[in-house]
Design a protein around this ligand. Structure first.
Ligand code: DOR
Length: 442
């Protein structure tokens, strides 16, 4: 089957802004981007008049819970949510059950994704004291997104607390290592001394700024010691941003922000959404949100990752701290970033920088990029006229809830094209079990 399509009449968003142009995809790859393109009469066409034409977004941080936690989500439902949100590739985290910590558990996920994923995929391998010496080999396996380290406990029991083990992991390979940066020693102390009556409104005081700052300081020290590049996930404090600026380690340290830290702030988010705003590291006060927005706009933050971390409504209804941390979000990245453009703190081209070029740069992803001849023909079509409250029934995640449901948006993804084929349109994914998805290449 030919994977050709002519997307005509839209505004193409590139790294330098919006231009009126058509996009001709031939055999799954972008062939031309220019106004008034012609194509053979039998080429399928997509009329993008009035729409924005983005490159397919990459979500470099999701938890799709399969295997082992599929009452929360699975690769099929999570990737359907991603696809509906204009994402054409995801990179999934290793805190499943069993943990993804060796070739067998990685290949199991790749097999599952081959059968059920609606988008392209890659999977992280968790770094542990036990596999530290093998990670250099594991990170080169096809479909491996790299090594993920949890310095602080979150969902699951993947944890590397101490500097000697962290150093062993960092010395054991060469690809960029991805880090959840909260200091587990301090977290333990904080939970031990926490009042029995503590509520979710105190989540960001319990897992306080110092928990994040201490871990990031330790990690930057280890980066200087070992020369290994790291990527700090879901950065949450103004203090860490200042520290990264001051230490000036260049490309050795890249940063990722979640939409939650950019679009929610304490205490309002906890008062309004309760445990539905509870995640790790926590969403913090407005001064942190402002600093993160500024860092995203100026480029200190390299990419956006949703940290899509679904839990069921029943689980989230448990009394704090029994309510698990995590917020679903892969599907809402693009509509939220459109509200940032509406509100003037990001530009349309920043969406391409943060959600396409950023992940590509951080992880060395091949074949993908802003729409230009030669890259994969992955496209997300956005309707900028959509200004309604975000409909809950648009969301595909098994979670069935989102702190953003009901919030007015400034654009909605309406179609997603994967290597020249319409994969999602009119609220419906197109059948996935015909081998149209594949592992991301690094
Ligand atoms: O809030 C979080 N939830 N943060 C994490 O790092 C893990 C995630 C999860 O898997 O639920």
């Amino acid at each position: 089957m030919k994977h050709d399509i002519l997307i005509h009449g839209g505004q193409v968003i590139t790294e330098s802004g919006a231009t009126k142009a058509d996009v001709h995809i031939v055999d799954g790859k972008v062939h031309a981007v220019a106004p008034g393109l012609a194509a053979a009469a039998d080429t399928p066409r997509y009329d993008a008049t009035g729409k924005l034409v983005f490159p397919g977004l990459i979500d470099p941080q999701v938890h799709f819970r399969e295997p082992g936690l599929t009452h929360k989500e699975n690769i099929e439902s999570g990737s359907r949510a991603a696809l509906a949100g204009g994402i054409t590739a995801f990179m999934e985290m290793p805190n499943t059950n069993p943990l993804t910590v060796d070739p067998a558990t990685l290949n199991d996920k790749l097999d599952r994704a081959h059968k059920t994923a609606f988008t392209d995929y890659a999977f992280f391998v968790g770094g542990t004291a036990e596999n530290a010496e093998q990670l250099g080999e594991y990170e080169t396996l096809p479909g491996c997104a790299g090594v993920k380290i949890f310095m602080g406990s979150s969902t699951g029991n993947l944890l590397v607390r101490d500097d000697p083990t962290l150093e062993r992991i960092l010395r054991g390979g060469s690809r960029r290592v991805t880090v959840h940066s909260e200091d587990d020693f301090r977290l333990n102390d904080r939970y031990k001394t926490m009042a029995a009556t503590a509520k979710v409104t105190e989540h960001h005081h319990i897992r306080d700024v110092e928990c994040a700052v201490m871990a990031t300081r330790r990690m930057l020290d280890l980066v200087e010691l070992t020369g290994r590049p790291v990527h700090i996930l879901h950065i949450s404090t103004a203090e860490e941003l200042d520290m990264v600026r001051e230490r000036d380690l260049g490309d050795l340290v890249t940063l990722e922000a979640t939409p939650n830290h950019l679009f929610l702030h304490a205490p309002d988010c906890y008062e309004q959404h309760g445990s539905h705003a509870q995640m790790n590291p926590p969403v913090r006060e407005r001064r942190h949100q402002d600093a993160l927005r500024q860092a995203a706009a100026e480029g200190l933050i390299t990419c956006i990752g949703s940290d899509h971390a679904p839990h069921t409504l029943e689980e989230k209804a448990k009394a704090y701290p029994g309510s698990p941390s995590g917020i679903p979000g892969t599907q809402t990245i693009l509509p939220l970033l459109m509200t940032a453009v509406r509100d003037g703190w990001l530009k349309l081209e920043d969406i391409v920088r943060l959600s396409v070029q950023g992940p590509i740069q951080v992880y060395g992803i091949k074949d993908r990029g802003p729409l230009a001849p030669g890259v994969q023909g992955n496209v997300s079509i956005v309707d900028p006229e959509f200004t309604d409250p975000l409909p809950l029934d648009w969301l595909e995640s098994q979670a069935g809830w989102s702190p953003y449901a009901g919030r007015p948006m400034a654009g909605l993804p309406v179609a997603t094209i994967l290597r020249g084929r319409i994969a999602y349109q009119h609220g419906e994914p197109i059948a996935h079990q015909d081998g149209i998805t594949s592992p991301v290449r690094f």
